[in-house]
Design a protein around this ligand. Structure first.
Ligand SMILES: *Cc1c(COP(=O)(O)O)cnc(C)c1O
Length: 409
């Protein structure tokens, strides 16, 4: 509220273009916080919503059910690895994380081990803005000091050090192994973002880390929650990031690209074993019932978005070619003294600067160059809709390079 930076009114959006009120068109490199994988104003997604709204926009999901929810749940079960075959639909990513944590806690209550109610998370993680979700975000970037005494206290292992695509060092998981071993009587679940840590620093880590975590969870009777809200639906080059490591979690969170950015919707999936066990506990069911659970419009557009993704050759034609182009066009940035690191995985390109970037100064320059990016902390990152054309992606990478070589950046 104090001296707010300028904001840009948008009047329409189509494909990868945002049209501002003054007529300027920007190429979107953000997919509206990583959600809009198929581009804006997509005819198939629009049609799915138009068809659905003619029969019903909403109906409560307690004691009633409907085809849009059933169709979506079936798609999600088919798409995700076995044995994830129970689906809980909710309003947003943060809520799906709350649901995942609640599932884990109720599971151990039902098994007569109520002391197992804490979480083991990773430094550098981000899981959302509601309270339980905040408690497992990175303690520093998640500003835990602001809510001291309010947030539940969780365990934190260091950020995985070994990078994706580089050699594995077995020492990387030593501290994690020590923590889970020492506190497994109190830990209900490990929660992490597989392979790509997003809003906590855009960091890509080694799949072996994830395999080791899975094995340690099994060895110590701890559930594994993977938060694929940012990575799900192809962003990292596999449909789900867990596939890079060939592991399956006990609980999986999905959101963001689930509806390709049309409406807010998220899903928490789990195994029949977890779902049935927790349902045999004192409460008799998962204690969560959001008012807008399984909203039919959101479900209909999510199903259409998944169908579009599955019909397209999303990997070869989109994500893989975006990855190659980002690698080619961003590589030279590492020569700039202000740049600390350049990394690319799937349809994600990151330029990490030596210092925190001045978003107030960079944003107008990007807008003048005809592109939309929203850097944070030291990260300038590009996460375009999968439908972006090579020349539009080049406009983004050109503009970034130009702005970075200008004096004062
Ligand atoms: C965005 C995000 C969330 C939170 O989702 P919201 O829909 O913003 O509540 C949680 N986890 C990860 C990994 C995210 O990227």
């Amino acid at each position: 509220m104090i001296a707010p930076p300028p904001v840009y009114p948008v009047v329409s959006a189509s494909g990868v273009h945002l049209t501002l009120a003054d007529g300027r068109k920007l190429i979107d490199g953000m997919s509206s916080w990583w959600a809009v994988i198929h581009g804006y104003n997509h005819p198939r997604l629009n049609l799915a919503l138009e068809k659905q709204i003619k029969s019903m926009a909403h109906v409560m999901f307690g004691g009633l059910t409907h085809t849009p929810a059933i169709d979506l749940a079936r798609r999600l079960v088919a798409l995700t690895p076995d044995p994830l075959d129970k689906v809980f639909l909710c309003d947003s990513g943060s809520v799906s994380v709350e649901v995942a944590i609640k599932m884990a806690i109720q599971y151990w209550q039902a098994r007569g081990r109520p002391r197992k109610h804490r979480l083991l998370a990773l430094a550098g993680g981000y899981h959302g803005d509601t309270f339980a979700a905040m408690s497992v975000c990175d303690p520093v970037t998640g500003m835990h000091h602001l809510f001291r005494g309010v947030l539940p206290q969780q365990f934190f292992a260091p950020r995985p050090g070994c990078r994706f695509g580089e050699p594995w060092d077995p020492d990387d998981v030593t501290e994690f192994a020590g923590l889970i071993g020492a506190h497994c009587d109190e830990i209900a679940a490990v929660i992490l973002e597989p392979i790509v840590q997003g809003a906590g620093g855009m960091w890509f880590y080694h799949p072996e880390y994830l395999r080791q975590v899975r094995a340690l969870c099994d060895a110590h009777d701890v559930l594994l929650i993977t938060d694929e809200i940012a990575t799900g639906f192809g962003r990292t080059g596999t449909l789900f990031a867990c596939e890079h490591a060939g592991i399956v979690p006990d609980i999986l969170c999905l959101g963001k690209a689930l509806t390709s950015g049309y409406l807010t919707l998220a899903a928490t999936l789990t195994t029949a074993s977890v779902a049935e066990t927790l349902s045999c506990g004192g409460a008799g069911c998962l204690m969560q019932g959001p008012t807008f659970m399984a909203n039919p419009l959101a479900c209909a557009v999510a199903t259409a978005s998944i169908d579009l993704l599955c019909e397209s050759d999303w990997w070869q034609r989109s994500v893989q070619s975006i990855e190659q182009q980002l690698r080619d066009e961003l590589a030279a940035c590492i020569e700039l003294p202000s740049v600390r690191d350049v990394r690319v995985l799937g349809a994600i390109g990151v330029i990490e600067m030596q210092e925190s970037v001045d978003v107030r100064r960079l944003t107008p320059r990007f807008v003048e160059s005809g592109i939309w990016l929203r850097p944070f902390d030291r990260q300038i990152y590009i996460m375009p809709p999968y439908v972006i054309e090579p020349q539009d992606l080049s406009c983004i990478t050109d503009a970034v390079r130009r702005v970075l070589v200008e004096k004062g950046c």
